[in-house]
Structure formats: C-alpha cells, structure tokens
Ligand binder design. Structure first.
Ligand SMILES: [Zn+2]
Length: 138
C-alpha cells in the first residue's frame, strides 16, 4: 500500500519518532487507558472534533503499542469514518478500513527499519519486535 507508506514516512519524519504513543501525544490526541473487558483492544473517537484513542488497560506492551498505532491509523486514514472497536476476534477482519489500520500499525512499528540482505520477512519483523501472529498485516 504505497499511500500508507508515504503517510507513515511523513509522520516519522515530522515527529522524529515511530513511537505511536509519542506521535499521538504530539498530535494532541488523548490516549486513555480504560477497562474495556476481555475482547475489545481499543477504539478511536472524535467528539466535537476532539480526537481520542481509548485503549484496554489489560493489554501487554506490544498489543498496547499496536492498538494505539491502529487507532492512530484510523485518525490519519479514515477521518470522519465511524470506526469499529478493535476486537481480539476481529483482528483478521475482512473490513477494508480495519485491514488498512492493521497494515498502518505494523508499518509504523517497523518504522525506518529495512530488511537486511537475505533476511526473511519473518526474521525481519521479529527483529522489529513484532510477534509472529501480527506478521500477516505487513
Ligand atoms: Zn479499527
């Protein structure tokens, strides 16, 4: 997805980081950690034009990062769209905007890293700290 690559390149350049939490903070988007139960990882809301990202406070470190990046992806890619909750069991959603946000999240986390000569996709993504179950989004 070339458009996503361009957008991410610009974001990392502008913010000087690929850390989703820092980027959200610098973009004046509140990230709130909440009790969201077992299945909802997070959601994006924009009320009276004030954007906020809501994240399940039980997620582990990687999933927290992924969920913030996913919801920030909606903010960048799907402004004005009523986006669904990011749920554990709809991670593999066929919904176009969900697939785009998942792809955005993984590419943001990869950041400026590039595969080394001869490195497999799996080896590369693991080196970027991305667990195997998320490799499908790259
Ligand atoms: Zn989503």
């Amino acid at each position: 997805m070339a458009r996503t690559d361009d957008i991410i390149g610009r974001i990392i350049h502008a913010h000087g980081t690929n850390d989703p939490h820092k980027i959200a903070a610098q973009s004046k988007i509140m990230v709130l950690f909440e009790e969201l139960g077992r299945n909802i990882w997070g959601y994006y809301a924009c009320i009276n034009r004030i954007p906020s990202i809501h994240i399940n406070n039980r997620l582990d470190e990687f999933r927290t990062k992924f969920a913030i990046a996913h919801e920030f992806g909606h903010h960048k890619l799907h402004p004005g769209v009523n986006t669904p909750f990011l749920r554990k069991n709809t991670l593999f959603s066929v919904d176009k905007i969900e697939r785009e946000a998942n792809n955005f999240a993984i590419k943001l986390i990869v950041g400026n890293n590039t595969p080394e000569y001869g490195e497999t996709k799996q080896g590369f993504l693991l080196r970027c700290g991305i667990p195997e179950e998320f490799h499908v989004f790259y």
